[in-house]
Design a protein around this ligand. Sequence first.
Ligand code: 13P
Length: 255
Amino acid sequence: MRKPLISGNWKMNHNHFEAIQTVQKLAYLVGKHELEATDVSIHPPFTDIRSVQTVIDSDKLGYALGAQHCHWDEKGAFTGEVSPVFLQKLGVQYVIAGHSERREIFGETDEMVNKKVASIQGHGMTPILCCGETLEEREAGATESKVLGQITAGLAGRTSQQIGALVIAYEPIWAIGTGRSATSDDAQQVCAAIRVCVAEIAGAEAAANVRIQYGGSVKGSNIAELIAMPDIDGALVGGASLDADEFARICKLGR
Ligand code: 13P
């Protein structure tokens, strides 16, 4: 049985004071009981991670610490980058790899994403491998070829066991930050195609185990419908995760 994973990707929002406040407020709203049914990860900006880790550890909160990005090498002359070793040392459990904003704004290629996925797993953390099509690609009927191409490239070289242990996030680019979510049927259709693709690459067991999130304008008002779909195992939430009340609603309904 795949336990749902609800992930809050804060992107470049909340300084470390705001981060502490948000997590403390969330802790009042989403407690141990809810976390038995649903895993919740929080992905703050790098400058907040240590602060959020301290709150999670000292208050023994059941949230998983996440990061939004990392480099694949352990150290070196990579100005501005962050090592997977540093994240591991901070207790980070999930790292987003290949978010469309990193691909489109910062030029991350499938090859770079593939190296990151390998490095994240190599350092004992779980990648959340992102994929998704633009509106033009969707309208041209190219959704599956784009998404499955990104997944195939991102997973290259991974063993079946490693693939079964990771998380894939389907995030149609046209639905991110637009308030326009994919319908649950459309999201299900793509997530089912991703699972078939994983079965072809890594076998039935990996496909049965891999968790597939939907992301793109997820809110308290649409999470229940999305999570009810057979191939949607959670959500990668942007804007709505910044507000503790709204994110708490999503976490409680996301099971
Ligand atoms: P929104 O939930 O703001 O649409 O963002 C989705 C996203 O990109 C999460 O990674």
